[in-house]
Write a protein that binds this ligand. Structure first.
Ligand SMILES: CC(=O)N[C@H]1[C@@H](OP(=O)(O)OP(=O)(O)OC[C@H]2O[C@@H](n3ccc(=O)[nH]c3=O)[C@H](O)[C@@H]2O)O[C@H](CO)[C@@H](O)[C@@H]1O[C@H](C)C(=O)N[C@@H](C)C(=O)N[C@H](CCC(=O)O)C(=O)O
Ligand SMILES: Nc1ncnc2c1ncn2[C@@H]1O[C@H](COP(=O)(O)OP(=O)(O)OP(=O)(O)O)[C@@H](O)[C@H]1O
Ligand SMILES: N[C@H](CCC[C@H](N)C(=O)O)C(=O)O
Ligand SMILES: [Mg+2]
Length: 498
């Protein structure tokens, strides 16, 4: 692909000298990481949270980049003479990187849908993929748990991958025949324009509670980052799906309406397009009765926790917006499987006991998870959890308080301490905990929880869900809550995995 074709896709005007000198050159790749530059690449140096990518322009050019794009605010290294070098400055290099990645990896998808919100994104993206697949579409979802597609699943890193990584994954999926794609839009991803590489037809909002204040500073900034899904990312003729049961639902609805998007809402409010009339728990299933858009119907949701009803219906409305018939959606819902590590029943450890692995790592999601399990507890509800290092410190005592209020016993341990001292994080979480214990080392904590289980008890292992590593001092060591539970069970001789 020629430079001129690619630069034509940028939203900012291009300097003539670039096109004259470089226009006909072939571009062999796009990257935002100088370490990945090869001959013929375009390097985009974005200002990051640690360093300004503009500092790596000399290195990128040395390695064979034919063009370097940086911010008009960025400084180049002092000892570097830029005269005569192919360097282009513009306002928003993040957006440029995404636009270039989108043009370089041209893909033909029929529908792209993205969901944002503090909790529920992974679950919803997976449900939407399952509903699409059940209605005959070739579908995939990309997000926190990696990629789930027609040929199975692969482990991932970020909730919203960087645009180049995203487009490489999407190209491979399209080669497999995928036409329908469900994505998770994280607040970091929206702020850094990682999703601007794809045309988004359908956007959805789940809920907004405290998270990532280390990055966004205030809850308002965090909300504004998420609002970008509707205020600019979803196509002008696209659809916004909104969970009205959340306190911020009205705000997101207003943003979507202001933009002129078609809006579809769900919630208990009779003004919602899809109204939840009632939810009855039936064993480990829930029966939800609906009115509105899909008529007066009842449907079995084969998952634990009222929050999953909300997730399933948001996914259902996203499918609806993409053209799936209500009857097909209602047929698919009773067959849905929970996403890996999301309120997943993994084992029993004796009579009337259960061990769940869940990804709750915020005060709100921990509360939601504990409340969802409470109706099934005949003895005690025990929780093993921690809080991540290098992340919002304010949520630590809040999570301790939630465990104190909604569990019967809290075992506070480590969850990716990253660069921080694990004991320091545990102490902050432990502070409000009255009935519990602090145990460093997640395996020891899980074993302690399994050992203390008696008939009737439920153990929730929260925070890591699908994760396969524990990041300590910059090193990620293999760790899985599933395997840790299996090891604890084997050592205690108490029960078995499901
Ligand atoms: C805080 C954050 O969002 N960090 C992401 C961001 O990195 P950054 O801004 O810190 O980058 P930086 O280190 O300052 O470097 C600036 C630029 O210089 C480049 N560079 C750097 C070194 C070099 O030698 N050469 C070079 O070109 C880097 O590639 C980068 O483009 O951009 C990088 C490239 O896209 C991401 O990999 C990185 O994710 C890090 C690993 C991360 O942990 N992110 C988390 C916080 C995150 O994004 N989480 C969200 C939310 C999850 C949720 O929903 O809860 C997610 O979407 O996963
Ligand atoms: N709609 C919801 N409301 C509140 N809590 C939820 C909801 N859906 C899921 N949760 C809780 O949040 C946890 C994370 O769910 P999920 O992975 O689907 O969310 P996410 O938004 O993708 O999270 P992340 O941003 O960390 O990737 C679940 O394990 C569950 O405990
Ligand atoms: N996307 C979230 C995941 C947190 C998961 C939890 N296990 C932790 O490490 O805090 C983050 O990067 O903040
Ligand atoms: Mg997720």
């Amino acid at each position: 692909m020629k430079v001129v074709e690619l630069l034509g896709g940028l939203e900012e005007p291009i300097a003539d000298f670039l096109l004259v000198n470089l226009g006909e050159k072939d571009v062999t790749g796009i990257t935002g990481d100088s370490r990945l530059v090869e001959k013929g690449f375009i390097f985009v140096g974005v200002p990051g949270s640690q360093v300004d990518g503009a500092q790596f322009v000399p290195k990128a050019l040395e390695q064979g980049a034919i063009l370097a794009i940086i911010s008009d605010q960025s400084a180049l290294p002092r000892d570097f003479d830029p005269s005569g070098k192919p360097i282009f400055r513009l306002q928003d290099p993040h957006l440029a990187l995404a636009n270039l990645a989108g043009s370089f990896y041209k893909v033909a998808l029929e529908k792209v849908a993205a969901v944002t919100g503090t909790n529920g994104k992974t679950s919803i993206a997976s449900f939407l993929r399952q509903i699409w697949a059940a209605s005959g579409q070739c579908a995939a979802n990309i997000g926190t748990i990696g990629i789930e597609g027609p040929s199975g699943s692969s482990y991932g890193g970020l909730t919203t991958p960087d645009p180049v990584g995203m487009m490489q994954s999407v190209s491979a999926l399209v080669d497999e025949g995928v036409t329908h794609l469900a994505l998770e839009a994280s607040s970091h991803g929206l702020e850094q324009k990682r999703l601007d590489c794809l045309p988004v037809d359908i956007g959805a909002f789940t809920n907004l509670t405290r998270d990532h204040l280390d990055y966004h500073g205030t809850l308002e900034n965090y909300r504004d980052a998420k609002s970008q899904l509707f205020s600019r990312l979803v196509k002008a003729d696209g659809t916004a799906i909104i969970n009205l049961d959340d306190a911020s639902g009205a705000h997101f609805l207003a943003v979507a309406k202001k933009r002129g998007l078609t809006c579809l809402t769900v919630g208990h409010d009779s003004k919602a397009d899809l109204v939840i009339q009632s939810i009855f728990v039936e064993g480990l299933d829930q029966i939800v009765t609906l009115s509105g858009l899909w008529g007066d119907v009842s449907c079995k949701v084969p998952l634990v926790g009222a929050f999953q009803v909300s997730n399933v219906l948001v996914a259902g409305l996203m499918a609806h917006a993409s053209g799936v018939e209500a009857a097909d959606i209602l047929k698919a819902i009773p067959e849905l499987k929970g996403a890996c590590g999301r309120m997943e029943l993994v084992a029993h450890a004796g009579e009337d006991t259960a061990i769940y692995v869940d990804y709750s790592h915020t005060p709100d999601s921990l509360e939601v998870a504990l409340k969802a399990l409470r109706p099934f507890v005949k003895g005690r509800l025990i929780v093993v959890f921690g809080a991540g290092g290098d992340r919002d410190t304010g949520k630590r005592p809040m999570m301790g308080q939630v465990a104190n209020d909604f569990a019967d016993y809290a075992i506070v341990t480590d969850d990716n301490p990253r660069s921080e001292d694990p004991a320091f994080i545990r102490a902050a979480v432990m502070e409000p905990v009255e009935n519990g214990v602090e145990i460093g080392g997640r395996q020891d904590a899980i074993s302690y929880g399994v050992d203390m289980m008696k008939p009737g008890d439920i153990l929730l292992v929260a925070g890591k869900g699908h994760e396969r590593g524990q990041t300590v001092l910059g090193e990620t060591l293999p760790f899985s809550d599933h395997e840790a539970v299996a090891k604890a069970l084997a050592e205690s001789g108490k029960g078995e995995m499901v």
